[in-house]
Structure formats: structure tokens, C-alpha cells
Design a protein around this ligand. Structure first.
Ligand SMILES: [Zn+2]
Ligand SMILES: [Zn+2]
Length: 382
């Protein structure tokens, strides 16, 4: 018996819910189809509305806003996340964020509630189905959230709010629009099927996003970036970026990265319902990527007993110069924005100079990587 299982017992409520919902979803779809035919426009609309409302309440609300404080939101949005987050049936904001902050603090370790080091199924949903002594929550890591009346109201009434927004709401809308058949259709599609979809989208971030994908920003833990997961999870699949820069309101930092949660935050920022969006400066991201690339090449050489010689020091010097360069560029661009017309020409000239040095350093760093690659291919041994 492992040290973990010795301390765990089954959480019957959670286990029943997690096993019953997919079974009920399949039975419900077959039952509704057999008695009332294919789902219509109302069912589709209610499904999509609740899929987005509940899904985004988890990714934007529970995750990026409440767990990470990556931005600020006005109270109507906080209320929206509290109501539809409850309808996602992933517990209260307080409980979810407490677990999630632990996940970031102790990633992959014993105190990580859904540590990927314990295998796919444990990190996917097993951790919800067991109760472990060392994860009895005192919520002391979410004291900031306890200050919010909406969050505490949600915590006290989590099951009632969830039942209303996630079950009764689709049922009632269906009944009002199309009677009993549409009510059952909306309950099945907008309620149960949607719960399963949103559940497993979130769960995949704890399991798959710690197993499959690339690690361009950090190799400090198992988190990974994956486009297809981002596509299924409102942008949360860029998980390696998120673990490296967790205060960032984006998970996909490039404009073309599929990150609907980021777009949602940006849209509400434009209309004044969100503010203080935190984003990682470009130079920090670029340096992180270069560091990882160097580490990967270095490990490859060391593994094959190939000598690095002067390359490591050379790389470090150039990388530090690049960092300074990018920082100076960032500063100069800011200065340009706030400067008066007369000094603009001077600042622009300085920016051009910095850009030239930056381009030169990039060429030199590229040459170091090329040299490492050629040493690897020709196998110069120490
Ligand atoms: Zn997070
Ligand atoms: Zn993670």
C-alpha cells in the first residue's frame, strides 16, 4: 500500500457524481432522441450558451481572475462567474482556488493536490474522488478571496446556485420555449452533456497538459503547451506558458494563439468592466525561451559526452546583453509614447540603434546554437 492510499478514503458524493454524469448524458441523449427526435435549435443554443458561460466562468473567473489575480473585474462579472461557475459543478471559488494555488506552489510534489507525477487518471479525476488527510483544506491561502461578499455567498450556497444555474435554468428555458420535449432536451444537452464537456476540459489541463506537449518556456515542472488542448479548453492549453508566467492574464501570449479566455478579458477591458490586465513583458518571454533552448541543447551534448568548452560562458554573456537590449528597447518605446514632439527624433534614433544591436546579438546567439548542433552531429567528445 502506498503512503498515499494509506491516508485516502473514497469521497462517495464526488465519485457518484463524476461516474453518473457521463452515463446519464448518454442515456439522456438516447432517450431524448427516441421520444422527441433530434435536438433542435433551442437545445443547441442552450448547450452553447451554458458551455461558454460555465466554461469561461471557470477559465476566466475561477482560474485567471480569482486564483491568479491576473486582472480586476467589476462586480457584475464576479457575480456572473459565481453563478455560472457553480453550474460547472467544480466546487466553490474558495475551494477551487485554494487547490489551484497549491497546485502552482507545489507543482508535481506531494503537496500538489492533482500532481501529474501520480499518473494520468489521478491528476485527471482520481484526486476528486478520494479524500486525503494532507489535503484537508483550511483555505488559509485564499484569505484575499474571503473578503468578497459574492464569493462567500457562493461558497455558502454552492449546491443550490449550481442546481439553479446548471440544471433548473436550462430545464425552465426549454419548457418555456417548447414544452416538455424541449425541456428534457435542454436538460440533457445544456445540463448533463455540457457538465461532462466542461468537467473533462478542466480535468485535461491537470492531466494531459502535464503529460503531452512542448515546453518552450520552462522545464522546471511537467507543465506543457498544446494547441489542441487550448482549442478544447478556452485557451488553457498553453499550460507551460501559464506555469512559467502565472500572473499573466493570457495563456496564449501571441495574437494568433487560440485563447478565447484572453479575448473575453480583453473585450470586457475595452468596455470598462475589467481593468489592470497583467501581462509578461516580451523580453522576459524571449529570454525564458532562449534559456530553455540552450538548456535542451546543453543536455543533449552532456548526455553524449560532448564538450561545451567556452560556449556556455559565451551564451550567458550574449543572453545577458540581449536581456539588457530588450529592456532598453521596452523603456525607449515607453519614453517615445510620452515624449514631446521635439525629442521624438532622438528617441527614434536610439531605438534604431538598440534594434541593430538586438539583431546582431540574435545572429550571434543563433551561431552558438548552430555550433552546438554541429558539435552534436560530428560528436566532438571531451
Ligand atoms: Zn493556474
Ligand atoms: Zn498545472
Amino acid at each position: 500500500m502506498s503512503e498515499y492510499s494509506a491516508m485516502s478514503k473514497i469521497n462517495w458524493l464526488n465519485s457518484t457524481f463524476l461516474i453518473a454524469t457521463p452515463i446519464l448524458a448518454i442515456i439522456g441523449v438516447i432517450f431524448h432522441y427516441s421520444y422527441f427526435g433530434s435536438p433542435g435549435f433551442t437545445e443547441l443554443f442552450v448547450f452553447l450558451f451554458l458551455y461558454f458561460a460555465c466554461g469561461l466562468s471557470i477559465t476566466v473567473g475561477y482560474h485567471r481572475l480569482f486564483s491568479h489575480r491576473s486582472h480586476e473585474a467589476s462586480w457584475p462579472l464576479v457575480l456572473f462567474y459565481a453563478i455560472f461557475g457553480a453550474g460547472a459543478f467544480q466546487n466553490s471559488i474558495i475551494e477551487w482556488c485554494s487547490d489551484h494555488r497549491k497546485h502552482h506552489k507545489y507543482t508535481d510534489g506531494e503537496d500538489d493536490p492533482y500532481s501529474a507525477s501520480r499518473g494520468f487518471w489521478y491528476s485527471h479525476m482520481g484526486w476528486i474522488m478520494v479524500e486525503e488527510e494532507n489535503f484537508q483544506n483550511d483555505f488559509s491561502n485564499v484569505n484575499d478571496l474571503k473578503q468578497s461578499k459574492i464569493i462567500m455567498w457562493q461558497h455558502r450556497n454552492i449546491f443550490l446556485i449550481g442546481a439553479i444555474s446548471g440544471i433548473i435554468f436550462p430545464l425552465a428555458i426549454g419548457y418555456v420555449i417548447g414544452g416538455i420535449g424541449t425541456a428534457i432536451g435542454c436538460l440533457v444537452w445544456g445540463g448533463i452533456v455540457r457538465i461532462v464537456f466542461v468537467h473533462h476540459g478542466t480535468f485535461l489541463i491537470n492531466s494531459a497538459a502535464h503529460i503531452w506537449g512542448r515546453q518552450p518556456y520552462s522545464q522546471e515542472n511537467t507543465s506543457r503547451d498544446s494547441f489542441w488542448l487550448a482549442f478544447l479548453t478556452f485557451g488553457e492549453g498553453y499550460h507551460n506558458f501559464h506555469h512559467t508566467f502565472q500572473a499573466d492574464y493570457r495563456n496564449g501570449h501571441k495574437w494568433y494563439h487560440v485563447d478565447p479566455s484572453k479575448w473575453w478579458i480583453k473585450c470586457f477591458n475595452l468596455v470598462g468592466l475589467k481593468s489592470n490586465l497583467k501581462s509578461t513583458p516580451k523580453h522576459s518571454i524571449e529570454i525564458a525561451k532562449i534559456n530553455v533552448k540552450f538548456k535542451k541543447s546543453k543536455n543533449k551534448l552532456i548526455k553524449n559526452e560532448i564538450d561545451l568548452n567556452e560556449l556556455e560562458d559565451d551564451f550567458k554573456n550574449k543572453r545577458d546583453s540581449l536581456r539588457t537590449c530588450l529592456y532598453e528597447l521596452h523603456k525607449a518605446k515607453k519614453e517615445l509614447k510620452n515624449s514631446i514632439e521635439q525629442s521624438k527624433i532622438q528617441i527614434k534614433a536610439r531605438i534604431n540603434e538598440i534594434k541593430q544591436s538586438y539583431a546582431q546579438l540574435k545572429i550571434e546567439i543563433k551561431a552558438i546554437f548552430k555550433e552546438m548542433e554541429s558539435r552534436f552531429s560530428s560528436g566532438i567528445t571531451a
